[in-house]
Design a protein. Structure first.
Lengths: 284, 284
């Protein structure tokens, strides 16, 4: 059974933030559009990996021949929601030579001395690349809002700055796909617990994760505001239920595949005389 | 049959440049140390992928806990030798979040205005990362020598500068593995021919590839000089026969696995009180 037959409805439409979207109404344990279980999901993921790798190579090929297109995947989530798994199992299917991964941590003093978009702009994908932001400029309106690292009017300014920035990025040829992995609070407890229970996973746990967890409702509210202010036609948000890791992975893979397919990429044509080069090669 | 049972001898020793190494004496169609065919090679590659991914996660984990170790794979080769396949099939098995890929193309005017190592230093792996140089500072003593882009005494200076640079990089915690994929001249013709024969591969061909092919012997000589001058105990060269893509992939994978295993990485221990955090989590 082919991968597409599992999808009853296009997940892109089901997951896209639009109209009067309410984060609180979304079920973190749902599997929108997918008619199958974990095993089916793994099969679909394996099949999609080949499709994604092929599309990415086409994008890369186009980039070497003057086409200015690129794709940017922005990943945001609460701790343990599965960003790492998306990077490993979805992004990992593509050729590392065409993927530009950027993980954003707590800003350095040099970064803080610049506008919040300064460090982000430097890590945008080049023509032909798939960029991946593991956290992003949205931290500057999420953690910054929850922990009052910036005054309210500065946060407001940032929403506008983000929209202006993303419109420019989009208009210069980058297809932007913004994903929030939406995890349930109970599921997060289980996952943090697992990290504490297994010594091999202790390194993944940080006491700060519990501090952030204690601000859960504030974060949900900050995310809702992000969706209200920054889900635009040129840079839409998708909220992906993340209690089932297998579902989140195939859903994000589907979003990436659709973004790449929408570019209608053909293999570039030769910009040299093929027969002439065959003759040169034969003589060499 | 486990992956290691295929190896009669440690390929690292067989492939390492040492003593009176002569590139011209090395068979590009050989499969040193491996007792198996293509199918066996593919099985070994699949098994090694999991091992490599696990080791890389340990390195990454150590990097998050203050360990200053990293690994740098340097890839050099003639066109079509299979660098791209190594990146995709060997490097691609690792989590993109811990891999720093750097492709070096013809230097930009800004790069040319600096010393040749300037652009390279900026793309070194950070602690915990596996860096991959797809071409490297060696272009500045290979193409630069063949095409006389720099005078002979400048090329001589560069060998010394490279050794000083690599010693510093090594002493600061980076394990350097330098690989030359050694392709036969006839095999290159076949691969270039295939790119000209298949319209979907036309984008991979560049008339300049034939120009470089016409300088084949000059390049082989330039590589020999590179091995003579820059294969050091702290940054050894490995010459990997590349006529069989499957062999080149498992050989480079083996080199990476050994480099990572030699670091004896353990999962970091908790730097917090596990029981205390369990109690906090339960109360949250």
């Amino acid at each position: 059974m082919g991968r597409e037959t599992y999808w009853k409805s296009d997940p892109d439409e089901l997951l896209r933030v639009a109209g009067d979207f309410r984060l609180a109404d979304r079920d973190t344990g749902a599997t929108p559009g997918f008619d199958g279980d974990k095993k089916d999901g793994q099969k679909a993921l394996a099949e999609g990996a080949g499709i994604l790798a092929d599309l990415q190579e086409r994008l890369f090929a186009a980039g070497t021949h003057g086409e200015r297109r690129s794709v940017l995947l922005v990943l945001q989530a609460m701790d343990t929601a599965g960003k790492g798994g998306i990077v490993s199992h979805v992004v990992g299917a593509m050729n590392p030579g065409g993927v530009r991964y950027a993980g954003f941590k707590k800003p350095t003093p040099e970064e803080l001395a610049h506008d919040f978009l300064w460090r982000v702009e430097k890590r945008l994908p080049a023509a032909g690349e798939v960029g991946v932001f593991d956290r992003s400029h949205y931290e500057d309106v999420l953690v910054a809002r929850v922990h009052e690292l910036a005054p309210p009017d500065e946060i407001e300014r940032r929403y506008r700055a983000i929209n202006d920035f993303e419109r420019e990025v989009s208009e210069s040829g980058t297809t932007i796909v913004k994903v929030m992995l939406h995890l349930g609070k109970d599921e997060q407890r289980d996952r943090l617990q697992a990290r504490l229970d297994e010594p091999d996973k202790h390194w993944k746990f940080n006491p700060g994760d519990v501090d952030e967890r204690l601000r859960w409702d504030d974060y949900q509210e900050a995310y809702q505001l992000v969706f209200d202010r920054t889900s635009t036609p040129y840079a839409p948000w998708y909220v992906v239920p993340a209690d089932h890791k297998w579902y989140a992975r195939i859903a994000v893979q589907h979003l990436l595949i659709d973004a790449l397919e929408s570019l209608n990429l053909e293999w570039p044509e030769a910009d040299y005389d093929v027969e002439e080069q065959k003759a040169r090669l034969a003589a060499s």
